[in-house]
Design a protein around this ligand. Structure first.
Ligand code: AMP
Ligand code: MG
Length: 408
């Protein structure tokens, strides 16, 4: 049995960002930019109005102290956003503009519509307008040639908006890893069918599918297989043909029908580790297979839902994130104060389900309920997994503990 630290190091040392590919902007959310991106156009592309109003020469509204406003200007044709007035604004005139309309040559300010009276082809202005008022300058947001996204950046909605605004429609990203899920167990019944005696509804298919979907990896399939060696081998072979990350659930423990490891060895996969000094998910298995130039990785998760959840958050998610080119692949860790004592057995690191609350700038951690690995209901309550070290037997109320924040 190896330690959690060692196991996670072994997993992460195998994860390398995949190839790079150019994809459409609308497919890029959550992926990692694989190249620096340079703006090919300035933003905004031309100087334009920030309001609906009238473009004018500010000088013509600036008068000596005792001048009796309004100033009157002759109104030229109206201009809608998306059209272009190519002429020059002559002295004594103004152009009606909408938000985003280009500012004609000669004009240097826009007065908002609400402040102006328009009558018989003229507008009447009751105050001095400053040069630059309500004008958005070409390139004030982004200059042409400026770097707008660094290689390694996770593309969020704002990045995609910015890239589109600068005329970009494709982007180089790290390829999404592909994932295949195999759920094992003769006792499993799909929800929606009637439950025979001794059977249980298969929840891991749904739990793992949803977990994978929150990572941005490409889920190829989720399949249920029986605890028979031939079915398992066939399932694994199909998975390897379709994906580079294979997640299995159940069948990695020491029961009579725990055949996942046997099947993995049958297809030629090598054991990196099996069994970790942790609770839950002690029988976690990690295998790899090299075929030609392709590599496949196998996470053999124990069947209990609590073990599935913890193994996914602590091992599979960081692995997928690193494969996707993310530098922030580890769970976010905070320090919190326990609001009650905790007792545990010595020997295994415990992942303890907690709720978190911020009080006076300090995180307080409280048990989210039952901690047994078969329990599902308290999982939905949690904000984090507290890491209670292997050698600890008792923690007093008020002890500072490490907590990994849950991302899903
Ligand atoms: P195993 O790791 O196969 O020994 O399974 C451990 C426990 O998890 C057993 O109680 C199984 O019935 C349960 N289990 C296994 N697979 C699933 C699943 N897909 N959905 C719900 N429970 C499961
Ligand atoms: Mg089983």
């Amino acid at each position: 049995m190896i330690s959690y630290e060692k196991a996670r190091q072994l997993v992460l040392s195998e994860a390398r960002p995949g190839g790079k590919e150019k994809i459409k902007l609308e497919k890029a959310l959550g992926l990692v930019a694989a190249r620096d991106i340079i703006a090919r156009f300035p933003l905004p592309p031309f100087t334009n109005s920030a309001v609906d109003g009238y473009a004018l020469r500010s000088m013509e509204t600036i008068k000596e102290e005792n001048f009796n406003y309004p100033v009157s200007l002759k109104l030229l044709a109206q201009q809608r956003a998306g059209t272009y007035f190519s002429g020059r604004l002559k002295p004594g005139t103004a152009l009606k503009v909408m938000t985003g309309s280009p500012i004609p040559k000669g004009a240097d300010a826009v007065i908002p519509r609400e402040e102006v009276e328009e009558k018989e082809g003229h507008i009447f202005i009751k105050r001095a307008v400053k040069a630059g008022e309500n004008i958005r300058l070409a390139g004030e947001d982004v200059k042409k040639g400026q770097k707008i996204v660094d290689s390694g950046t996770v593309l969020r909605p704002a990045h995609l908006g910015l890239l589109a605004a600068c005329g970009q429609y494709e982007v180089w990203v790290y390829r999404r890893p592909t994932v295949f899920v195999l759920v094992t167990g003769d006792e499993l019944c799909p929800p929606g069918e009637s439950l025979k005696k001794g059977m249980i509804y298969d929840s891991n298919s749904f739990l793992i599918r949803a977990l994978v979907e929150t990572t941005g990896a490409r889920l190829m399939a989720v399949k249920r297989v029986k605890d028979h060696l031939t079915s398992l081998v066939a399932g694994l072979k199909e998975a390897v043909a379709k994906a580079n990350i294979i997640i299995t659930s159940g069948g990695v423990s020491v029961g009579d029908y725990d055949l996942v490891k046997v099947a993995l060895e049958k297809i030629g996969a090598k054991c990196v580790f099996w069994k970790v000094a942790q609770k839950p998910a002690k029988p976690l298995a990690f295998y790899k297979l090299k075929q030609n130039k392709e590599r496949a990785y196998f996470f053999g998760l124990p069947g209990n839902p609590g073990a599935v959840f913890v193994s996914f958050e602590e091992y599979v998610r960081p692995f997928i994130k690193k494969m996707m080119g993310r530098k922030d692949y580890l769970p976010q860790e905070i320090e919190a104060t326990l609001t009650h004592p905790i007792k545990k057995k010595r020997g295994r690191l415990n992942f303890f389900r907690v709720k978190l609350q911020l009080e006076g700038g300090e995180w307080l951690a409280t048990s989210a309920g039952a901690q047994e690995s078969g329990i599902l209901s308290s999982l939905k309550e949690i904000h984090g997994l507290a890491l209670i070290p292997a050698e600890t037997e008792f923690l007093e109320e008020g002890t500072k503990i490490k907590v990994h924040l849950i991302e899903n």
